[in-house]
Design a protein around this ligand. Structure first.
Ligand code: NHW
Ligand code: EN5
Length: 388
């Protein structure tokens, strides 16, 4: 069934019911001198390139490849449209390796036809903090699909990760592979229901008129929680303490330091938005919420070309009810002209979905670890990791 994945150090379907297998590393690391020194062979017409995402030209080529060939929904109505600024942010975290930003070009024309990336991250599994690669943006041009290029790209990124003495990875996919550590569902909160219905993202519910629908999803013009404001650089230490403590309760979660929080959570125009609640009395930071900007192209619509989506990122509520914090997040997302607010049912997100008028999406997101086995599949609420 899975000719490639059966050969890899990942949990296998046949082992799912075997309770004797230990938890942890599947294949022990080898000396780096034993890691293959040359790149894997590509089919004749293609060559490997390392993509310098700091170069405006290369970043634009990657952007164009993904804009035209990256992930679509099951009915091919929408396609993720990560912006260039987003891609640069996503691929330049603290300690990134340029060699993990891998392209495939046609030798003769130099056209970019495939891409895969890794970034370094510390991921905690139970009490074990592991240096990993987060692998993302795997993309093969539509015209080159089903030629077994993806396994070669995965082996090449694996090799380059091994060369940095890193032996585990985390990744997500909309498809089922051997084998998920958990499977999450997308939920959607309409902010601009008229447009969502016009473009086929959502439908008018049974016995619902347009005017009842607009009223149902209406939000206040401004946030309700006193002390709610945009996160600033000076908030990094407090937000780091909040998020580190919060993430300890999950079985799998990132181990973030202040440098990570400054990179990943501090607001970046058009990429990531973050808000804190500063107590009006004590000036303590008691809560924060964040979301990232990931529009989708609307395929073949006569008037609308872009769906503006905000994706829930990390949210920590210690004083304010999470429900109220997320309601304020919706209000600012609406102010910023997003059409929809998307969340996965991980961390504590289930606790506000119904009350805040989310509907279940058609998409699932499966989470995976490479070269690290868990004894049991997790509940989504045991997962504290959001990948972009
Ligand atoms: S998930 C998004 C992936 N990208 C897309 O869906 C974009 C649109 N699709 C495409 O570009 C986020 C192609 O369809 C792709 C497959 C390139 C997906 N993950 O070349 P073949 C990520 O980026 C397996 C992993 O003929 P293709 C995460 C498939 O099961 N494997 O297919 C990426 C089969 O293997 P099998 C996937 O359609 C994580 C083989 O590929 C996969 O032309 C990567 C078929 O290859 C997917 N999303 O190209 C793993 N989709 O065994 C990282 C298909 O079943 C692992 N396949 O025969 C860790 C590495 C680092 C370790 C470090 C220690
Ligand atoms: C990892 N970095 O399917 C990315 N999205 O539900 C790789 N559906 O938007 C993996 N089909 O349900 C990505 N509307 C896997 C996800 C791929 C993209 C995807 C789903 C997630 C999605 C929409 C549109 C479906 C269009 C037809 C959807 C219903 C929303 C409705 C809103 C109002 C209340 C009821 C639900």
């Amino acid at each position: 069934r899975h000719k490639f994945w059966e050969t890899q150090p990942v949990g296998q379907f046949k082992d799912l019911r075997d309770t004797t297998l230990p938890e942890g590393v599947i294949e022990p690391p080898t000396p780096i001198s034993e890691v293959k020194q040359e790149p894997y062979n590509l089919p004749g017409p293609y060559e490997w390139v390392t993509c310098d995402m700091g170069s405006e030209e290369t970043c634009a080529e990657v952007y164009n490849l993904l804009t035209n060939n990256y992930v679509e929904d099951d009915e091919n109505m929408f396609r993720f449209n990560y912006s260039k600024e987003f891609l640069r942010w996503a691929l330049h975290p603290p300690g990134y390796y340029k060699s993990w930003h891998i392209g495939v070009r046609v030798k003769t024309s130099k056209k970019l036809v495939a891409f895969i990336t890794g970034i370094p991250a510390k991921i905690r599994v139970r009490s074990d903090v592991v240096s990993m690669a987060e692998v993302n943006f795997l993309c093969v041009h539509k015209k080159l699909r089903s030629k077994r290029l993806a396994p070669v790209m995965i082996k090449e990124v694996t090799r380059r990760v091994h060369l940095e003495n890193i032996w585990q990875a985390a990744y997500t996919a909309g498809v089922v592979l051997p084998t998920p550590i958990t499977s999450c569902q997308y939920w959607h909160r309409s902010l601009n229901p008229k447009k969502l219905i016009d473009v086929g993202f959502s439908r008018l519910g049974p016995r619902m008129t347009m005017s009842r629908t607009l009223k149902l999803y209406k939000l206040p013009d401004s946030t309700v929680t006193p002390g709610f404001r945009k996160m600033e650089l000076r908030d990094v230490p407090a937000v780091t303490r909040l998020v580190r403590t919060y993430l300890l309760q999950f079985v799998v979660a990132p181990d973030l330091d202040e440098c990570d929080v400054e990179h990943w959570i501090l607001p970046k125009e058009g990429v990531v938005d973050s808000f804190v609640i500063e107590s009006p009395e004590t000036h303590e930071i008691t809560d924060f919420c964040s979301f990232y900007t990931l529009p989708s192209s609307i395929l073949g619509h006569p008037t609308h070309s872009t769906l503006r989506a905000a994706y829930s990122y990390y949210n920590v509520a210690t004083k304010t009810p999470l429900l109220q914090l997320m309601n304020d997040a919706h209000i600012v997302a609406k102010q910023k002209n997003f059409d929809v607010f998307n969340v996965l049912d991980l961390m504590h997100n289930e606790t506000f979905l119904k009350e805040l008028k989310y509907g279940p999406g058609g998409g699932k997101l499966h989470y995976y670890l490479y070269n690290y086995r868990l004894k049991h599949i997790l509940r989504p609420s045991e997962l504290g990791l959001v990948l972009l």
